[in-house]
Design a protein around this ligand. Structure first.
Ligand SMILES: [Zn+2]
Length: 90
């Protein structure tokens, strides 16, 4: 039987992608915001596909912070940008 691939929605383009094609921003149970590259940590996740335009859109619309109901530190956005640059170089 074929395995179902879990899909998550990118907060930039609002399209659904397999989890592995997205970068996960996580709010931990302690309320800390981190980038979860393993995708396995517990907490509440928001997703961005590996497209810089989507990150920009998500930042501008403040969708990540409203989705996670937490203020997103500037460092997280910078880190995300770095992750996406690396992903796009491959
Ligand atoms: Zn997207």
């Amino acid at each position: 039987m074929e395995k179902r691939v879990p899909l998550r929605k990118c907060l930039g383009c609002m399209s659904s992608f397999p989890k592995k094609d997205l970068v996960r921003v996580l709010k931990t149970p302690e309320g800390e915001v981190i980038i979860d590259l393993s995708g396995k940590k517990s907490g509440r996740g928001a997703y961005i596909c590996k497209d810089k335009a989507c990150l920009k859109k998500a930042i501008k619309s403040k969708r990540i912070q409203s989705n996670l109901e937490v203020e997103i530190p500037e460092t997280i956005y910078l880190e995300l940008e770095k992750e996406l640059s690396l992903a796009n170089e491959q």
